[in-house]
Design a protein around this ligand. Structure first.
Ligand code: ADP
Length: 406
Protein backbone atom coordinates (compact mmCIF):
# COMPACT_ATOMS: atom_id res chain seq x y z
CA UNK A 1 0.00 0.00 0.00
CA UNK A 2 2.80 2.41 0.89
CA UNK A 3 5.56 3.95 -1.13
CA UNK A 4 8.14 6.10 0.60
CA UNK A 5 6.14 9.20 -0.25
CA UNK A 6 4.30 8.96 3.08
CA UNK A 7 4.88 12.07 5.10
CA UNK A 8 3.80 12.96 8.61
CA UNK A 9 2.64 16.59 8.63
CA UNK A 10 2.76 18.49 11.91
CA UNK A 11 1.18 21.85 12.59
CA UNK A 12 2.05 22.83 16.13
CA UNK A 13 0.45 25.76 17.97
CA UNK A 14 1.17 26.93 21.51
CA UNK A 15 -1.54 24.70 22.99
CA UNK A 16 -2.46 22.44 20.09
CA UNK A 17 -0.85 20.00 17.70
CA UNK A 18 -2.53 18.89 14.46
CA UNK A 19 -1.15 16.04 12.40
CA UNK A 20 -1.83 14.06 9.23
CA UNK A 21 -0.08 11.07 7.79
CA UNK A 22 -0.55 11.22 4.05
CA UNK A 23 0.78 10.15 0.70
CA UNK A 24 2.50 13.22 -0.73
CA UNK A 25 1.77 12.12 -4.30
CA UNK A 26 -1.93 11.27 -4.11
CA UNK A 27 -2.94 13.30 -1.05
CA UNK A 28 -4.53 10.16 0.46
CA UNK A 29 -4.71 10.50 4.25
CA UNK A 30 -4.01 7.41 6.38
CA UNK A 31 -4.34 9.01 9.78
CA UNK A 32 -4.99 12.43 11.22
CA UNK A 33 -5.95 14.12 14.43
CA UNK A 34 -5.53 16.93 16.87
CA UNK A 35 -4.29 17.39 20.42
CA UNK A 36 -5.78 20.44 22.12
CA UNK A 37 -5.51 22.45 25.32
CA UNK A 38 -2.04 21.00 25.82
CA UNK A 39 -0.33 21.63 29.16
CA UNK A 40 -3.66 22.10 30.91
CA UNK A 41 -5.73 19.67 32.98
CA UNK A 42 -8.24 19.48 30.07
CA UNK A 43 -5.76 18.37 27.43
CA UNK A 44 -7.25 15.99 24.89
CA UNK A 45 -6.10 14.11 21.83
CA UNK A 46 -8.09 12.61 18.96
CA UNK A 47 -6.48 10.31 16.43
CA UNK A 48 -8.34 8.90 13.44
CA UNK A 49 -6.89 5.94 11.61
CA UNK A 50 -8.65 6.10 8.26
CA UNK A 51 -8.48 2.45 7.22
CA UNK A 52 -10.02 0.82 10.24
CA UNK A 53 -12.14 3.76 11.39
CA UNK A 54 -10.27 3.60 14.67
CA UNK A 55 -10.54 6.72 16.77
CA UNK A 56 -8.61 7.31 19.94
CA UNK A 57 -9.81 9.97 22.36
CA UNK A 58 -7.94 10.66 25.52
CA UNK A 59 -8.38 13.33 28.16
CA UNK A 60 -5.41 13.76 30.48
CA UNK A 61 -2.88 16.46 31.32
CA UNK A 62 -0.05 16.22 28.81
CA UNK A 63 2.25 18.33 26.63
CA UNK A 64 3.37 18.38 22.97
CA UNK A 65 5.97 15.65 23.44
CA UNK A 66 3.47 13.36 25.12
CA UNK A 67 0.96 14.09 22.35
CA UNK A 68 3.54 12.93 19.80
CA UNK A 69 4.21 9.81 21.92
CA UNK A 70 0.47 9.02 21.86
CA UNK A 71 0.49 9.48 18.12
CA UNK A 72 3.49 7.16 17.74
CA UNK A 73 1.71 4.56 19.87
CA UNK A 74 -1.44 4.72 17.75
CA UNK A 75 0.49 4.64 14.46
CA UNK A 76 2.59 1.68 15.71
CA UNK A 77 -0.55 -0.28 16.60
CA UNK A 78 -1.98 0.47 13.17
CA UNK A 79 1.25 -0.69 11.48
CA UNK A 80 1.73 2.75 9.97
CA UNK A 81 4.79 3.92 11.85
CA UNK A 82 7.44 2.28 9.65
CA UNK A 83 5.87 3.78 6.56
CA UNK A 84 6.79 7.37 7.40
CA UNK A 85 9.71 8.67 5.35
CA UNK A 86 9.90 12.24 6.68
CA UNK A 87 8.16 14.88 8.75
CA UNK A 88 6.95 18.20 7.36
CA UNK A 89 6.39 21.03 9.82
CA UNK A 90 4.30 24.09 9.22
CA UNK A 91 6.33 27.09 10.39
CA UNK A 92 4.54 30.42 10.36
CA UNK A 93 7.33 32.93 9.82
CA UNK A 94 10.31 32.48 7.53
CA UNK A 95 11.06 36.21 7.26
CA UNK A 96 13.06 37.20 4.18
CA UNK A 97 15.37 34.24 4.79
CA UNK A 98 13.12 31.44 3.58
CA UNK A 99 11.19 31.40 0.34
CA UNK A 100 11.52 27.62 -0.07
CA UNK A 101 11.09 24.53 2.13
CA UNK A 102 14.23 23.69 4.06
CA UNK A 103 15.72 20.65 5.78
CA UNK A 104 15.80 21.42 9.50
CA UNK A 105 19.27 21.55 11.06
CA UNK A 106 20.47 23.18 14.28
CA UNK A 107 21.33 26.37 12.44
CA UNK A 108 17.87 26.47 10.78
CA UNK A 109 16.30 26.07 14.22
CA UNK A 110 18.45 28.96 15.40
CA UNK A 111 17.15 31.16 12.55
CA UNK A 112 13.53 30.15 13.28
CA UNK A 113 14.19 31.14 16.90
CA UNK A 114 15.59 34.51 15.81
CA UNK A 115 12.51 35.03 13.62
CA UNK A 116 10.34 34.57 16.73
CA UNK A 117 10.63 38.31 17.32
CA UNK A 118 8.46 38.72 14.19
CA UNK A 119 5.99 35.97 15.19
CA UNK A 120 6.16 35.64 18.99
CA UNK A 121 2.96 33.61 19.23
CA UNK A 122 3.70 31.20 16.42
CA UNK A 123 7.38 30.43 15.77
CA UNK A 124 8.19 29.34 19.35
CA UNK A 125 5.20 26.97 19.23
CA UNK A 126 6.32 25.61 15.84
CA UNK A 127 9.77 24.97 17.36
CA UNK A 128 8.23 23.03 20.24
CA UNK A 129 6.65 20.72 17.64
CA UNK A 130 9.93 20.36 15.76
CA UNK A 131 11.88 19.48 18.90
CA UNK A 132 9.24 17.05 20.17
CA UNK A 133 9.22 15.31 16.76
CA UNK A 134 13.04 15.22 16.63
CA UNK A 135 13.15 13.52 20.03
CA UNK A 136 10.71 10.84 18.95
CA UNK A 137 11.58 10.37 15.27
CA UNK A 138 15.37 10.57 15.64
CA UNK A 139 16.19 8.97 12.29
CA UNK A 140 13.76 10.86 10.10
CA UNK A 141 14.48 14.01 8.10
CA UNK A 142 12.40 16.99 9.22
CA UNK A 143 11.47 19.78 6.85
CA UNK A 144 10.12 23.27 7.56
CA UNK A 145 7.47 24.76 5.23
CA UNK A 146 6.92 28.46 5.86
CA UNK A 147 3.54 30.19 5.71
CA UNK A 148 5.22 33.36 4.47
CA UNK A 149 7.33 31.67 1.76
CA UNK A 150 4.84 31.92 -1.13
CA UNK A 151 4.64 35.68 -0.65
CA UNK A 152 8.39 36.26 -0.94
CA UNK A 153 7.84 37.04 -4.65
CA UNK A 154 5.97 40.25 -3.73
CA UNK A 155 7.65 43.27 -5.29
CA UNK A 156 9.07 46.05 -3.12
CA UNK A 157 6.19 48.38 -4.00
CA UNK A 158 3.80 45.87 -2.40
CA UNK A 159 5.73 44.98 0.74
CA UNK A 160 7.10 48.37 1.82
CA UNK A 161 5.21 50.47 4.37
CA UNK A 162 5.47 54.24 4.18
CA UNK A 163 7.52 54.30 7.38
CA UNK A 164 11.11 55.51 7.90
CA UNK A 165 13.27 53.26 5.72
CA UNK A 166 15.54 52.22 8.58
CA UNK A 167 12.63 50.37 10.21
CA UNK A 168 12.77 48.02 7.24
CA UNK A 169 16.55 47.97 6.93
CA UNK A 170 17.38 47.50 10.59
CA UNK A 171 14.24 45.90 12.04
CA UNK A 172 12.63 43.95 9.17
CA UNK A 173 9.38 45.95 9.31
CA UNK A 174 7.63 45.14 6.01
CA UNK A 175 4.64 43.19 4.72
CA UNK A 176 5.20 39.42 4.76
CA UNK A 177 1.75 37.93 4.04
CA UNK A 178 0.51 34.65 5.51
CA UNK A 179 -1.67 31.63 4.54
CA UNK A 180 0.93 31.13 1.78
CA UNK A 181 0.52 27.35 1.47
CA UNK A 182 -3.23 27.75 1.08
CA UNK A 183 -3.06 30.47 -1.60
CA UNK A 184 -0.42 28.42 -3.42
CA UNK A 185 -2.52 25.24 -3.30
CA UNK A 186 -5.81 26.76 -4.47
CA UNK A 187 -4.16 28.74 -7.28
CA UNK A 188 -2.58 25.54 -8.61
CA UNK A 189 -5.93 23.75 -8.41
CA UNK A 190 -7.67 26.67 -10.12
CA UNK A 191 -5.17 26.56 -12.98
CA UNK A 192 -5.91 22.84 -13.38
CA UNK A 193 -9.65 23.53 -13.45
CA UNK A 194 -9.18 26.19 -16.14
CA UNK A 195 -6.86 23.88 -18.03
CA UNK A 196 -4.11 26.48 -18.24
CA UNK A 197 -0.47 26.33 -17.04
CA UNK A 198 -0.18 28.01 -13.63
CA UNK A 199 2.73 30.13 -14.96
CA UNK A 200 0.22 31.82 -17.29
CA UNK A 201 -2.54 32.30 -14.71
CA UNK A 202 -3.50 35.34 -12.66
CA UNK A 203 -5.96 35.00 -9.80
CA UNK A 204 -7.18 36.77 -6.72
CA UNK A 205 -7.70 34.24 -3.95
CA UNK A 206 -9.68 34.83 -0.77
CA UNK A 207 -8.86 32.49 2.10
CA UNK A 208 -11.74 33.03 4.52
CA UNK A 209 -11.58 31.03 7.75
CA UNK A 210 -11.08 32.22 11.31
CA UNK A 211 -8.15 34.12 9.82
CA UNK A 212 -8.85 35.77 6.47
CA UNK A 213 -6.53 36.96 3.73
CA UNK A 214 -6.78 37.96 0.09
CA UNK A 215 -3.86 37.47 -2.33
CA UNK A 216 -3.10 38.68 -5.84
CA UNK A 217 -1.36 35.99 -7.90
CA UNK A 218 0.31 36.93 -11.17
CA UNK A 219 1.69 34.20 -13.44
CA UNK A 220 1.43 31.78 -10.52
CA UNK A 221 3.35 34.02 -8.09
CA UNK A 222 2.10 36.06 -5.16
CA UNK A 223 2.42 39.78 -5.95
CA UNK A 224 0.44 41.23 -3.04
CA UNK A 225 -1.51 40.03 -0.03
CA UNK A 226 -3.81 41.63 2.51
CA UNK A 227 -2.10 40.36 5.69
CA UNK A 228 1.00 42.34 6.51
CA UNK A 229 3.83 42.50 9.03
CA UNK A 230 1.51 40.37 11.17
CA UNK A 231 -1.71 38.47 10.39
CA UNK A 232 -3.65 41.36 11.95
CA UNK A 233 -3.63 43.53 8.81
CA UNK A 234 -6.14 43.36 5.99
CA UNK A 235 -9.79 42.36 6.06
CA UNK A 236 -11.64 41.84 9.34
CA UNK A 237 -11.62 38.23 10.58
CA UNK A 238 -13.26 36.04 13.24
CA UNK A 239 -11.80 37.95 16.18
CA UNK A 240 -9.18 40.22 14.53
CA UNK A 241 -10.03 43.75 13.53
CA UNK A 242 -8.07 43.74 10.27
CA UNK A 243 -6.83 47.18 9.15
CA UNK A 244 -8.00 50.13 11.20
CA UNK A 245 -6.83 53.71 11.54
CA UNK A 246 -3.68 53.40 13.75
CA UNK A 247 -4.86 56.64 15.38
CA UNK A 248 -7.51 54.56 17.20
CA UNK A 249 -4.70 52.90 19.17
CA UNK A 250 -3.46 56.27 20.48
CA UNK A 251 -7.03 57.20 21.37
CA UNK A 252 -7.50 53.93 23.29
CA UNK A 253 -4.22 54.39 25.17
CA UNK A 254 -4.23 58.17 25.74
CA UNK A 255 -7.93 58.81 26.31
CA UNK A 256 -9.41 55.51 27.42
CA UNK A 257 -6.49 54.25 29.52
CA UNK A 258 -5.98 50.98 27.71
CA UNK A 259 -2.65 49.27 28.33
CA UNK A 260 -0.76 48.06 25.24
CA UNK A 261 -1.55 44.50 26.24
CA UNK A 262 -5.26 45.35 26.39
CA UNK A 263 -5.08 46.94 22.93
CA UNK A 264 -3.37 43.81 21.66
CA UNK A 265 -6.12 41.60 23.12
CA UNK A 266 -8.82 43.92 21.79
CA UNK A 267 -7.52 43.93 18.21
CA UNK A 268 -6.61 40.24 18.04
CA UNK A 269 -9.19 38.51 20.21
CA UNK A 270 -12.21 40.74 20.72
CA UNK A 271 -12.78 42.43 17.37
CA UNK A 272 -13.76 41.25 13.89
CA UNK A 273 -17.04 39.32 13.52
CA UNK A 274 -17.12 38.75 17.28
CA UNK A 275 -16.59 42.38 18.22
CA UNK A 276 -19.08 43.87 15.77
CA UNK A 277 -21.82 41.29 16.28
CA UNK A 278 -21.28 41.14 20.08
CA UNK A 279 -22.34 37.53 19.60
CA UNK A 280 -19.85 35.19 17.96
CA UNK A 281 -16.79 34.86 15.75
CA UNK A 282 -18.46 31.95 13.97
CA UNK A 283 -19.93 32.72 10.58
CA UNK A 284 -22.59 29.98 10.87
CA UNK A 285 -23.87 31.36 14.17
CA UNK A 286 -24.07 34.85 12.67
CA UNK A 287 -25.89 33.71 9.56
CA UNK A 288 -28.47 32.04 11.79
CA UNK A 289 -28.73 35.03 14.12
CA UNK A 290 -29.19 37.38 11.16
CA UNK A 291 -32.54 35.70 10.50
CA UNK A 292 -33.60 35.44 14.17
CA UNK A 293 -36.62 37.20 15.64
CA UNK A 294 -34.48 39.00 18.23
CA UNK A 295 -34.09 42.45 16.66
CA UNK A 296 -30.83 43.53 18.28
CA UNK A 297 -29.16 40.18 17.80
CA UNK A 298 -30.28 40.03 14.20
CA UNK A 299 -29.26 43.64 13.45
CA UNK A 300 -25.73 43.30 14.80
CA UNK A 301 -25.17 39.89 13.20
CA UNK A 302 -26.27 41.38 9.87
CA UNK A 303 -24.03 44.41 10.42
CA UNK A 304 -20.98 42.22 11.15
CA UNK A 305 -21.57 40.08 8.05
CA UNK A 306 -22.25 43.10 5.86
CA UNK A 307 -19.03 44.89 6.88
CA UNK A 308 -17.12 41.61 6.51
CA UNK A 309 -18.34 41.01 2.93
CA UNK A 310 -17.80 44.65 1.92
CA UNK A 311 -14.23 44.65 3.24
CA UNK A 312 -13.44 41.43 1.39
CA UNK A 313 -14.90 42.80 -1.84
CA UNK A 314 -12.89 46.04 -1.47
CA UNK A 315 -9.71 44.09 -0.86
CA UNK A 316 -10.34 41.94 -3.96
CA UNK A 317 -11.09 45.01 -6.07
CA UNK A 318 -7.96 46.78 -4.83
CA UNK A 319 -5.79 43.91 -6.03
CA UNK A 320 -6.89 44.48 -9.60
CA UNK A 321 -4.20 47.20 -9.44
CA UNK A 322 -1.55 44.47 -9.04
CA UNK A 323 -2.56 42.50 -12.12
CA UNK A 324 -2.66 42.96 -15.87
CA UNK A 325 -5.24 40.26 -16.44
CA UNK A 326 -7.46 38.18 -14.20
CA UNK A 327 -8.39 34.57 -14.90
CA UNK A 328 -10.69 34.35 -11.93
CA UNK A 329 -11.43 34.73 -8.27
CA UNK A 330 -10.97 31.88 -5.79
CA UNK A 331 -12.84 31.32 -2.52
CA UNK A 332 -11.39 28.94 0.06
CA UNK A 333 -11.20 28.38 3.86
CA UNK A 334 -14.14 27.33 6.07
CA UNK A 335 -16.25 30.37 5.10
CA UNK A 336 -15.15 30.60 1.46
CA UNK A 337 -15.83 26.90 0.91
CA UNK A 338 -19.18 26.77 2.68
CA UNK A 339 -20.94 30.09 3.03
CA UNK A 340 -23.20 30.65 0.02
CA UNK A 341 -24.31 33.86 1.76
CA UNK A 342 -20.83 35.39 2.07
CA UNK A 343 -19.87 34.42 -1.49
CA UNK A 344 -23.03 35.98 -2.85
CA UNK A 345 -22.64 39.18 -0.83
CA UNK A 346 -18.99 39.60 -1.84
CA UNK A 347 -19.72 39.09 -5.53
CA UNK A 348 -22.60 41.57 -5.40
CA UNK A 349 -19.96 44.30 -4.97
CA UNK A 350 -17.81 43.10 -7.86
CA UNK A 351 -19.94 43.50 -10.98
CA UNK A 352 -17.56 46.21 -12.30
CA UNK A 353 -14.90 43.48 -12.45
CA UNK A 354 -17.40 41.39 -14.42
CA UNK A 355 -18.27 38.91 -11.69
CA UNK A 356 -21.88 37.77 -11.95
CA UNK A 357 -22.97 35.01 -9.63
CA UNK A 358 -25.17 32.11 -10.68
CA UNK A 359 -27.26 31.57 -7.56
CA UNK A 360 -28.17 27.99 -8.29
CA UNK A 361 -24.50 27.03 -8.84
CA UNK A 362 -23.55 28.93 -5.70
CA UNK A 363 -26.10 27.07 -3.58
CA UNK A 364 -24.91 23.60 -4.46
CA UNK A 365 -21.22 24.14 -3.75
CA UNK A 366 -20.38 23.43 -0.11
CA UNK A 367 -19.05 20.65 2.09
CA UNK A 368 -15.89 19.92 0.14
CA UNK A 369 -17.40 20.71 -3.27
CA UNK A 370 -15.52 22.61 -5.92
CA UNK A 371 -16.38 24.55 -9.08
CA UNK A 372 -17.32 27.80 -10.77
CA UNK A 373 -20.24 29.67 -9.15
CA UNK A 374 -20.60 32.35 -11.84
CA UNK A 375 -22.71 32.74 -14.95
CA UNK A 376 -21.24 31.70 -18.28
CA UNK A 377 -20.74 35.31 -19.48
CA UNK A 378 -18.99 36.25 -16.21
CA UNK A 379 -15.38 36.01 -15.20
CA UNK A 380 -15.04 32.70 -13.30
CA UNK A 381 -15.22 32.54 -9.51
CA UNK A 382 -14.01 29.17 -8.29
CA UNK A 383 -14.70 27.58 -4.92
CA UNK A 384 -11.76 25.33 -4.06
CA UNK A 385 -11.30 23.46 -0.77
CA UNK A 386 -7.84 24.17 0.57
CA UNK A 387 -5.45 21.42 1.67
CA UNK A 388 -2.43 22.94 3.38
CA UNK A 389 -1.37 19.55 4.74
CA UNK A 390 -1.02 18.19 1.24
CA UNK A 391 1.20 21.11 0.20
CA UNK A 392 3.42 20.48 3.23
CA UNK A 393 3.62 16.75 2.44
CA UNK A 394 4.27 17.41 -1.26
CA UNK A 395 7.01 19.97 -0.63
CA UNK A 396 8.65 17.84 2.05
CA UNK A 397 8.72 14.89 -0.32
CA UNK A 398 10.00 17.01 -3.22
CA UNK A 399 12.87 18.31 -1.08
CA UNK A 400 13.84 14.77 -0.06
CA UNK A 401 13.81 13.62 -3.67
CA UNK A 402 16.00 16.56 -4.64
CA UNK A 403 18.46 15.75 -1.86
CA UNK A 404 18.58 12.05 -2.80
CA UNK A 405 19.24 12.95 -6.44
CA UNK A 406 22.03 15.22 -5.20
P1 ADP B 1 -9.37 28.11 10.65
O1 ADP B 1 -8.90 29.42 10.10
O2 ADP B 1 -9.39 28.05 12.13
O3 ADP B 1 -8.75 26.89 9.97
P2 ADP B 1 -11.73 27.38 9.13
O4 ADP B 1 -11.07 27.52 7.80
O5 ADP B 1 -12.12 26.01 9.58
O6 ADP B 1 -10.93 28.08 10.28
O7 ADP B 1 -13.03 28.31 9.09
C1 ADP B 1 -13.85 28.48 10.20
C2 ADP B 1 -15.02 29.38 9.77
O8 ADP B 1 -15.76 28.70 8.74
C3 ADP B 1 -16.00 29.65 10.90
O9 ADP B 1 -16.36 31.03 10.90
C4 ADP B 1 -17.20 28.82 10.51
O10 ADP B 1 -18.41 29.37 10.96
C5 ADP B 1 -17.13 28.89 8.99
N1 ADP B 1 -17.98 27.85 8.40
C6 ADP B 1 -17.80 26.51 8.40
N2 ADP B 1 -18.85 25.90 7.80
C7 ADP B 1 -19.71 26.87 7.41
C8 ADP B 1 -20.98 26.91 6.75
N3 ADP B 1 -21.59 25.78 6.38
N4 ADP B 1 -21.56 28.10 6.53
C9 ADP B 1 -20.95 29.25 6.90
N5 ADP B 1 -19.76 29.29 7.53
C10 ADP B 1 -19.14 28.12 7.78
Amino acid sequence: MFANSNILVINCGSSSLKFSLMDAITGETFADGIAERLMTADASIKINITDNHHQLSLNAPFDHKMAIEQLVHALTQANLIKQISAIGHRVVHGGEQYSQPILITDSIKQTITELSKLAPLHNPANLIGIEAAQLTFKQLPQVAIFDTAFHQTMPEKAYMYALPYELYQQHSVRKYGFHGTSHYFVSKQAAKQLNKPIEQCSFISAHLGNGCSVTAIKNGQSVDSSMGFTPLEGVMMGTRSGSIDPGIIFYLVDQLDYSLNEVNQLLNKKSGLLGLSTLSNDCRTLEQAATSANDKKSRLATLALTVFCYQIAKSIASFSASLTNLDGLIFTGGIGENSTFVREQVLTHLSLLNFHIDNSKNKIIRLGGSGNICQTNSRPCLVIPTNEEWVIAEQTYALLQKNIQG
